[in-house]
Design a protein around this ligand. Sequence first.
Ligand SMILES: [Zn+2]
Ligand SMILES: [Zn+2]
Length: 281
Amino acid sequence: MEVSVLVWRRSYVEYLVAVFVGLGLSQLATLITTVYLHRVLSHRSIRLHPALTMAMRFGTWMLTSISPREWVAVHRKHHNFSDVEGDPHSPHIEGYWQIMIGNVYYYRREAMVDDTLQKYASDLPFDRLDKALLRRGTLGFSLTGVALVVLFGVFGPGWGIGPGLVALTTLAVVYLLLNAAINGAGHTFGYKSFENDATNLKLLALVTFGEGLHNNHHARPASAKLAAFKDEFDPAWPVIRLLEKLHLAEVLTKVDEGWDDHRRRIPRTTVSPMGNKTVQD
Ligand SMILES: [Zn+2]
Ligand SMILES: [Zn+2]
């Protein structure tokens, strides 16, 4: 009896650890997405050391299975047609819950269009490494699953298959939900400091390495820092500054100047489906 309780407790702890490992990996995937796919590739606001670029490419492949060329093309098209006809994933066009639940479907639908890739990501052709390996996104994500199963098997008290798959599933679900929240909630609720259809959500920014400050981002897509004012925090920014100090990254655009006198600056306004309200001059 005592032994079975002990075994149950051990596996309970192991599954709890698996959830935390999945959460940690989803944060790492989100950091790679905002720094590499978004700020480095899509908007060219940061340049990375070649060694870090390679690490980011493998990180993208193994944690998200995303093709950078596809992600960049879909994202640039989103900026071009933000919340009007042609936007690949607008909650104003498709519906709020459609994006919150089906974001990945809308992403895939656009990523499969050759014209979109050619028009919006012609500067990112597939190289030899992409063709030989990194275009096989499912393989990268599967390898992460195998690594998790092996690690839980070696360091855990029992077989690693259950906890390994729990960690992998947590990574996938949380990563997809966070991305859906940026595209769905980040164009629906929150506050605005600039006249565009996106919104800022400070809490979302804390768990998406700054991406929740989406109204700021649509105002100045080229800014490498997404926080515009003193009461806002972009958690990726200290990471980028650290990478700069280590000579692994270089910020190419202005980040602090110009927010206050931006031509689309408006009094801070809360936004909800019930209506908008000015909260600060
Ligand atoms: Zn947006
Ligand atoms: Zn962007």
